[in-house]
Design a protein around this ligand. Structure first.
Ligand SMILES: Nc1nc2c(c(=O)[nH]1)N[C@H]1C(S)=C(S)[C@@H](COP(=O)(O)O)O[C@H]1N2
Ligand SMILES: [Mo]
Length: 234
């Protein structure tokens, strides 16, 4: 069940993002190169005395912005499924109950949106993606993940990023079930990469033997997406 966004709405969202991308490129051209001693860290303990937020980001203080393609699929948690397949020996489909039977973690991390806001110290509850990938028994040749969501969104990351311990399939934040507008019942988070790499309403993870670009990556967003390197667009 993939939803489809209306073309005009999608076009508006994409063109706003494209204008932001052009603005950023213009700014970078007139700015001296930034040094790259930044840690790839998440959570306060990993900021290593660096500024609180990566270059070009500002802290979203009170509310948590909602960013997506405009559809907010409503998936009762009883109906939510995550398929994991592709280059693995034990493809699986997990339901919510099965997700809850895996080792549970609570982890505090930061959330950086490429549109320049960050939320700090978010307390997530979920399951490490690494544990789910281990269950699926990734083959040696598996090098990238291609994630798809119930709203039709897609995004890709290399396995090395996917295995980082703060990459979660999250179902609760700050002690509350993850609200639908933020990707509930279950979303992925990638605290060490810009937040677009984490699918809300995650539905499917394909393990690939070569990289394949997702929605924003096809539209000029950086494939690597490291916030501390101001690595926004390719
Ligand atoms: N399924 C889906 N996941 C998505 C998106 C989307 O449009 N659809 N947008 C991404 C972007 S650009 C960001 S910044 C974060 C925003 O998450 P939030 O709305 O909970 O703040 O979700 C990411 N994951
Ligand atoms: Mo974003």
């Amino acid at each position: 069940m993939f939803l489809v966004v209306s073309d005009s709405k999608l076009e508006k969202i994409v063109s706003a993002r494209m204008r932001l991308m052009e603005r950023h490129k213009a700014k970078v051209e007139t700015t001296p190169a930034m040094s790259d001693e930044a840690p790839l860290g998440s959570g306060p303990q990993n900021r290593h005395g660096m500024p609180q937020v990566p270059p070009g980001q500002t802290i979203a203080k009170s509310n948590w912005p909602v960013l997506d393609l405009g559809l907010k699929p409503e998936i009762p948690k009883e109906e939510w499924r995550l398929e994991v397949g592709g280059a693995c020996d034990a493809p699986i489909t997990l339901d919510f109950q099965q997700l809850m039977e895996l080792p549970q973690v609570t982890d505090t991390s930061d959330f950086h949106c490429v549109t320049t806001w960050s939320k700090l110290d978010m307390e997530w509850q979920g399951v490490r993606l690494a544990d789910v990938l281990a269950l699926a028994e990734i083959q040696e040749s598996g090098s990238h993940l291609f994630c798809s969501a119930y709203d039709g969104y897609t995004t890709n990351i290399p396995i090395e990023e996917a295995l980082k311990p703060d990459v979660l399939l999250a179902y609760a934040v700050d002690g509350e079930p993850l609200p639908r507008e933020h990707g509930g019942p279950v979303r992925m988070i990638t605290p060490q990469l810009y937040a677009w790499k984490g699918s809300k309403w995650i539905r499917k993870i394909e393990i690939l033997t070569e990289d394949k670009l997702g929605f924003w990556e096809q539209r000029g967003y950086s494939n690597t997406a490291h916030p501390w390197r101001d690595d926004r667009y390719s």
